[in-house]
Design a protein around this ligand. Structure first.
Ligand code: PMP
Length: 417
């Protein structure tokens, strides 16, 4: 099943990426003397005017601290900031907006759960499972927790194609497994993991499940209730929003039981030297002045994305990947890395006889922006016995012309080899 089928749509209807490009001013420029082809969307997406304007409106019109409202500007900032939380809640189908915790990004969402839930619930001898596909931010916080507690962090193996070995996963499940933390979509290979099945299996033995949605939310709709996960994290900047803002969604009863992560203003109910009592959700986890402009920008990004038929967006991106794979099949010396059945947004490859970073540099000279290296997934690269890959990653505003430019540039790269 491909991405398009997964969201119930298999053909592009009226979606027009060339029109979408006009909403993203940064795309209209030359880089190294050539029109920019931006294929580094898995690292960060570009921002539409709607997001840039929302942030600018806030700073120009009603910049003020939130929840401290003795004046009108603060009241307005608070109302728009809390409306942004509501927008995110609807976006992931959260039962309540209080289950949306602002973080700095996916990394902080994982750290929050590892520190808060982890410290309260993980004991010596317990097991934490992650897949070998994970980004470092979904490995290292768990590793730190495991080291502190005398627990073990166990990697679920992946196949050569870049798919999680579900049989091996089932065999690893036992009563000592307390949490499974899985990426929804791999940033290095684009594999869409069968998280719903993984969650269902993990639930059978009572383990909690964290889903790292950093690479998923921009590509297809996410419904935390239908997934039945316990935690879901993502970053604003990979979803057309600003950097520095992200989201942790959590199951209400778990969030209520969890101790605070950071201490400071806003997260308290009362504070005295005799002791402090904590605020209710979501503020218990939001110490200090939040990224107000970031939250407002992220909500604007979500509203922008929701202007499109999400099925059409997925179908468009899938079409680009299919086209890329067709072109790759006739490109001599190119080897795809990651051939999972279900892939979103990412085309990872190697060029025979060339180091990925040299390929990236030569593409950049031709105005084509890609990412090269291990993509913060060193354990995956070790498992695949490669130093890294060249990664072209697609978004809503990319076109088949961009794919053509990539392959034309690769032909020139080969001439240098
Ligand atoms: N998980 C995945 C799958 C990612 O791709 C990334 C970013 N590359 C992260 C986590 C970390 O996201 P951030 O740096 O925005 O916290």
């Amino acid at each position: 099943m491909n991405v398009a089928e997964q969201v119930g749509q298999s053909t592009v209807k009226t979606f027009d990426a060339k029109k979408v490009r006009q909403d993203f001013p940064i795309l209209d420029q030359n880089v190294n003397g050539q029109p920019l082809v931006y294929l580094d969307n898995a690292a960060t997406t570009q921002k539409p005017n709607a997001v840039i304007d929302a942030i600018s409106d806030y700073y120009r019109g009603y910049n003020s601290n939130v929840h401290r409202g003795a004046h009108s500007l603060s009241d307005k900032a608070t109302a728009v900031f809390e409306a942004a939380r509501e927008t995110v809640a609807t976006f992931v189908n959260s039962p309540k907006k209080e289950q949306i915790i602002w973080t700095r990004g996916t990394t902080e969402a994982v750290n929050l759960v590892a520190h808060s839930w982890g410290r309260a619930n993980i004991a010596a001898g317990d097991k934490i499972l992650v897949s070998t596909l994970e980004h470092h931010s979904n490995i290292v916080p768990w590793q730190m927790l495991a080291q502190d507690k005398g627990a073990s962090l166990i990697p679920i193996p992946v196949s050569e194609k870049g798919e999680i070995d579900l049989q091996a996963f089932a065999a690893l499940l036992d009563s000592r497994v307390k949490i499974v933390s899985i990426g929804h979509v791999s940033n290095a290979l684009g594999t869409i993991n069968p998280v719903k099945d993984i969650i269902a299996e993990a639930k059978k033995i009572g383990a909690k499940v964290f889903v790292d949605g950093a690479q998923a939310v921009a590509h297809f709709p996410v419904d935390v209730q239908s997934l039945n996960c316990d935690f879901y994290g993502f970053s604003g900047h990979k979803l057309f929003g600003p950097t520095g803002i992200g989201v942790l969604w959590g199951r209400e009863e778990l969030l209520n039981e969890m101790p605070p992560y950071h201490g400071g203003g806003e997260m308290i109910e009362t504070c005295s030297f005799a002791g402090t009592t904590y605020n209710q959700l979501p503020y218990k986890f939001e110490a200090g002045t939040p990224d107000i402009a970031g939250a407002i920008g992220l909500a604007a990004a979500i509203q922008y994305l929701q202007c499109f038929d999400r099925d059409e967006v997925s179908a468009h991106e899938h079409d680009l990947l299919e086209y890329c794979h067709q072109r790759a099949a006739t490109c001599e010396g190119l080897k795809r890395v990651g051939e999972a059945k279900n892939i979103a947004g990412v085309f990872s490859f190697l060029l025979e006889g060339a180091h990925p970073s040299d390929v990236g540099m030569l593409l950049d000279q031709q105005g084509v922006a890609v990412r090269t290296g291990h993509h913060c997934a060193q354990p995956l690269m070790d498992a695949l016995h490669i130093p890294g890959t060249v990664r072209a990653s697609f978004s809503i505003y990319n076109t088949r012309d961009d794919v053509d430019r990539l392959f034309a540039a690769l032909e020139k790269v080969k001439q240098f080899l």
